[in-house]
Ligand binder design. Sequence first.
Ligand SMILES: *[C@@H]1O[C@H](CO)[C@@H](O)[C@H](O)[C@H]1NC(C)=O
Ligand SMILES: *[C@@H]1O[C@H](CO)[C@@H](O)[C@H](O)[C@H]1NC(C)=O
Length: 296
Amino acid sequence: MSYRKTFKLICGLAGGSAVLVLAAAAADSRGSSGDVVGRWSSFTSVQAAQPAWTATSHTPAPSGHVWDFNWDKRDPSVLSNGKKKEKLAEDPGSGQDSSKPKATRNILLIRHSQYNLSGNSDKERTLTLLGREQADLTGQRLAALGLKYDVLIHSSMARATETANIISKHLPGVELMSCDLLREGAPIEPVPPVTHWKPDAVQYHEDGARIEAAFRRYIHRADPKQKEDSYEIIVCHANVIRYFVCRALQFPPEGWLRMGLNNGSITWLTIRPSGRVALRTLGDAGFMPPDKLTRT
Ligand SMILES: *[C@@H]1O[C@H](CO)[C@@H](O)[C@H](O)[C@H]1NC(C)=O
Ligand SMILES: *[C@@H]1O[C@H](CO)[C@@H](O)[C@H](O)[C@H]1NC(C)=O
């Protein structure tokens, strides 16, 4: 990439800090060593107001946010009053061990498939023909993965229920459960805001608390009593899934609308006994032929 191109790119990305980065690059290329400290420390003081880029590496600076291991309030080393447990040196205590989670939870979040947008009520917004095909493909995929599914939970809205019923045909013996907490809604005002979608404040107020309740209900580390790793399927909605992903990864929740999910796609979260969380896939729809993908 040419110097000029790099400059344009940086301008586009970072606006005001471009000049600084450029100056830093120039200093770099001179390979000066003499009064480096003085020169760089003056950059550093200006950089402090430009958190996205550092002069030395051209890479984003760490945000400084730490990982909260007790994010689900199930960290066995933290007492219910929030205090860290004292290590009992004299009493290795068998009780301590039984309070520790041992299993990993896998949550496979499925976005419902395509539905009839002209329906006036939820009940009329049933899956399109393509939507039923998508659900069928998702069901086949989940079956082909060959995991030992424990439960298939779905939002009580018509499109999620229908998607779950079709998936369920591919997973005989897996219990189906409906849940109102998982219904679609407005989880939190998105940043940056968008013009085409503007729910009222009261909608965020109501849905936000409910979707957060759904997060707390379903996304947490395993109970200490759980012996084997589990695989749970949750069929719900794009906003709910994107919010869950932000919350589970401890990313700013207001960033949920920066992600997009195909209909019928699979988002896979893994929660370790330690409380560590990994996103295995986000909106995977690679198992669908391109002419079956929908994406608006
Ligand atoms: C979609 O819903 C509208 C309104 O209920 C209905 O008139 C139309 O026939 C439906 N289209 C399909 C393909 O089901
Ligand atoms: C999925 O289908 C719904 C309804 O048919 C539509 O509103 C949405 O945009 C679709 N999503 C994607 C990602 O195609």
